[in-house]
Design a protein. Structure first.
Length: 147
């Protein structure tokens, strides 16, 4: 089994009111040149969790961190106009919390829970990744604080 140092939460960058099925997510990742879905888990708006990549395999979800991380993506992340927004449903909030806690129990030790944006480069070298340094806003909420 791989050594896991990070549990990284993402959003699918899907607008409110527009569903993104597992099949559509797979097609998008294949179109972008991935071998399959890059995340290990995909959480739909109704709270359904799809296992999209075996944990034993490195993900394809955050450059430079894939070898030792687990990627979780929730469906949503954009408002109806396409702007970043925390669109998680109550079901998604509950399931994300439960899934992260299960993974933390399984992968004991020094495991950091964070959002994709939190792994952006520290451009000013002060030891913190601040909002102005984010490559993207994904997942549109403060993962470390909430989960």
């Amino acid at each position: 089994m791989r050594k896991i140092n990070y549990i990284v939460v993402h959003c699918s960058a899907t607008r409110e009111g527009f569903p993104l099925t597992v099949e559509a997510l797979r097609a998008e990742h294949l179109r972008r040149g991935f071998r399959d879905i890059g995340y290990h888990y995909y959480v739909r708006r109704d709270g359904t969790v799809a296992n999209t990549r075996p944990i034993a395999l490195a993900g394809a979800h955050v450059k430079g961190y894939n070898a030792h991380s687990i990627g979780i993506c929730y469906e949503g992340g954009l408002d109806a106009q396409g702007n970043p927004k925390d669109t998680r449903t109550p079901e998604q909030r509950s399931v994300l919390r439960l899934l992260v806690h299960q993974l933390l129990r399984r992968f004991r030790g020094d495991v950091r829970v964070c959002g994709h944006r939190d792994l952006s480069p520290d451009l000013n070298g002060n030891g913190m990744v601040e909002p102005e340094e984010w490559i993207k806003e994904c997942p549109c909420f403060d993962v470390a604080h909430e989960l």
